[in-house]
Design a binder for this molecule. Sequence first.
Ligand code: 2P0
Length: 348
Amino acid sequence: MGKQKKVTVSVPINIALIKYWGKRDEELMLPLNDSVSLSIDELRATTTISLVTDAAADSVCINGKEVDLGKQSRFARCFNEVRRLARKRKLDDADGDKTAPSIDGVKFVINSETNFPIEAGLASSAAGFAALAFAFGRLFHLDDTTVVRIARLGSGSACRSVLSGFVHWRAGAAADGSDCDCISLASADHWPELRAVVAVTSGDSKAMGSTRGMENTVETSTLLKHRVSNVVPDRVVRLRHAISSRDFATLANITMRDSNQLHSVCLDTHPPLMYLNEASWHLIGLVHALNDHFGATRVAYTFDAGPNCCLFAEVDFIPTLLACLLKYCPSSGSPTKILEKLDKSTAE
Ligand code: 2P0
């Protein structure tokens, strides 16, 4: 066995309340619009990177399955950047980072495990690449800005998982990406009553991955242009205010509308991208029926590029929400039927 140095880190997924969908630069992985997310601590990727001197090539294993690195250029993008930075550091060694490991002859052996289904629209690549970047950061003593950039090179939304709590990923406008960054808006304990419930409606892989899907949207959707210029900037301002003032109803309504607009631009893509399934629509109907029933916005849904649902509610509403999910899901009833069935005994 050759000389080894290794590090293990665990990083949560993040769920976007205002969605990223579309790039302004595919090489540098720069988004077209700002997005805002919340990290979900219980859903995590745990990643170990070993630096080994006796391996023939880099390797990545996710949930026990070997990744074909020839088909996944995003890993090479991260690896190349880490190697470039490590070599540069050795060259610039006047101030001497003697603790950083040498990169010559070293291969990366990576093992990652997630505690949730991957490729099903639960931001698995976000947690995975954030964990990868974080582990490289620990091994090579990289600063936070560099770790955020390496995570982004792997998967755009991953850069939001490098920070915890509520995170604002700012698209910036500079061609070199120098003003594209992530900032923390609030830590998770800023809003201790806020809870997320993930409803898995399918563990299947999605038919069209996010990267390809958003490329098609950028090429063909006119609604996306309207969203980027006229909708997202105002939503970000209002959402930031709702977060700082812990205004659940405003956060919930912006989140649901933004999820719906994401899926609208997906349908406006040619050919259309359909990520939601019947169970997703059933959940959407249930949430609106619940909010109508209570005469206040007590729960919100959001969907990424897949049919699985992330629900948000404050802690006092969680027992009611769980009781309703158990009673009405899965169900063959239409959302209208849910409304009729939503009797007082369940909903109180
Ligand atoms: C988001 N999604 O903001 C949005 C909402 C999915 C729907 O970011 O091409 O896997 O690697 O940058 O990050 C999923 O896109 O795509 C995503 P790439 P990524 O969370």
